[in-house]
Design a protein around this ligand. Structure first.
Ligand SMILES: Cc1cc2nc3c(=O)[nH]c(=O)nc-3n(C[C@H](O)[C@H](O)[C@H](O)COP(=O)(O)OP(=O)(O)OC[C@H]3O[C@@H](n4cnc5c(N)ncnc54)[C@H](O)[C@@H]3O)c2cc1C
Length: 408
């Protein structure tokens, strides 16, 4: 049988894997199968520039559609893979085809987590994961005056900012004591809440949406404390669930996602996985992680391509992420979980530019930078290269960043 890499899910990781395969000299067949109708696109702009109308669908494509054919990549859209047969090394699609692979790559990503309350399926209630979701939100936002967003994570806050910029009255309801609780330290939560308030977004923490009700044309979100919030549209952003089912049914090892080794191989060494769906070991933090970020999806795509091309390069990447809200560019490198000291440079209390450096047992572990690209790059480099930083030097806002390197 001739060499054939099949990639399931026309995603960020897929777009990277197939191109890196060709760039690395792979001459066999490549098929990418995705159930969305659109070629692989950048998802981050969905809640940012695409929602606020500054970018079109063409602008957010990872590559123009012709680029796949030019690289001899068979891109099949609107097709869902229903099963993997590992014994026969085949996959089966919902349009009735069975295709044989020599290597299989799972980049099935994640899907939205639904909120199990009455009314979450009403017409003007939306979730936000793909272009179809955002087209519907954009259409409704043209006439809506009020929006309630359930969930104060990054996607909820970015959506709040985009809708507010379009003139809507926006309220964010967060179930936890603070927004962004799952992903960042209190300092960032407090900062983001202040900026959203200054921009006219109302953020209410510690409040549990318990139903969405409609009475004629009046819709409202009701909370467990019997408060109610009128809304022309409701957007729910309460996280995602990794699409592990294909792998699970095929008998692959699953943790908090599909378990992969440092070459992104699953428990079947001819089957790889990349992106939001993977549960992988991070050598920098010495722990297993499932990351929902573009840098992780693209890095893992590169790791798979080099392994298939016979030039194995283990995954050794620092987790990093960004978010855009109003005039804020948030850039985050590393994981701040478990920190015991934070050093702030800049003005997080009344300004809009600062960096927070996190330390654990005197070891530098993460940086959050807001409109502070130099701090982000400096922190990211130090973490990637394993360089130690001196917190006391950083504390002096007038010190040069490089002076914070610990020597010896
Ligand atoms: C609104 C939004 C904003 C974001 N902002 C940021 C940001 O600012 N920075 C950042 O780093 N990350 C951001 N992310 C996260 C980032 O987009 C994801 O981490 C990234 O898209 C993950 O890519 P992936 O390759 O894992 O797969 P995904 O992008 O999840 O794509 C997986 C694809 O596989 C398809 N699929 C699943 N099962 C099958 C099957 N059986 N057959 C065929 N196709 C299948 C899915 O429909 C989907 O098209 C954002 C995400 C969203 C939704």
């Amino acid at each position: 049988m001739s060499e054939h890499v099949i990639i399931i899910g026309a995603s960020h990781a897929a777009a990277q894997t197939c191109v890196s395969l060709r760039q690395g000299g792979y001459a066999g067949d490549i098929t990418v199968i995705g159930d969305e109708a659109v070629p692989p696109y950048h998802r981050p702009p969905l809640s940012k520039d695409f929602l606020s109308g500054q970018k079109s669908l063409d602008d957010i494509l990872i590559r123009p559609i012709e680029a796949y054919a030019e690289a001899n990549i068979d891109l099949r859209l609107g097709v869902r893979v229903e099963a993997i047969n590992r014994a026969e090394t085949t996959i089966h699609t919902d349009d009735g085809e069975t295709l044989a692979y020599t290597k299989l790559v799972l980049t099935t990503g994640a899907r939205i987590r639904r909120l199990p309350i009455d009314g979450e399926d009403l017409d003007d209630v939306y979730y936000l994961r793909d272009t179809t979701d955002v087209m519907a939100i954009k259409e409704k936002a043209k006439t809506a005056k009020t929006a309630v967003i359930i969930g104060g994570g990054y996607i909820g806050l970015e959506t709040a900012a985009s809708l507010r910029k379009q003139g809507l009255d926006v309220t964010v309801l967060e179930a936890m004591p603070r927004i962004l609780q799952r992903v960042t330290a209190p300092i960032m939560s407090e900062f983001c809440k202040r900026v959203h308030n200054e921009e006219g977004v109302q953020i209410i923490d510690n409040v549990l949406a318990s139903a969405i009700e409609i009475n004629g044309k009046e819709m409202k979100v009701v909370t467990s404390c019997h408060q109610s919030f009128a809304a022309d549209m409701v957007i729910i952003g309460i996280g995602v669930i990794p699409n592990i089912e294909l792998a699970q049914t095929a008998g692959l090892t699953i943790g908090d996602g599909i378990k992969v080794n440092e070459y992104c191989q699953t428990s079947d060494l001819d089957i790889y996985a990349a992106g939001d769906v993977t549960w992988h070991y991070n050598p920098i933090y010495k722990t297993h992680l499932r990351l929902e970020s573009v840098p992780n999806a693209t890095e893992q795509g590169k790791v798979i391509a080099s392994h298939i091309n016979g030039v194995p390069k283990p995954y050794h990447s620092l987790p990093w992420f960004w978010s855009d809200q109003f005039d804020l560019k948030l850039q985050i490198a590393g994981l701040s979980t478990g920190y015991d000291r934070v050093v702030v440079r800049g003005d997080n209390l009344s300004g809009r530019s600062f960096a927070a450096y996190y330390f654990k047992d005197d070891k530098f572990i993460a940086v959050d930078a807001v409109n502070a690209p130099r701090d982000f790059m400096f922190g990211k480099q130090a973490l990637s290269k394993g360089k130690a930083l001196n917190a006391d030097v950083l504390l002096d806002a007038n010190s040069d960043l490089k002076a914070a390197y610990k020597h010896g």
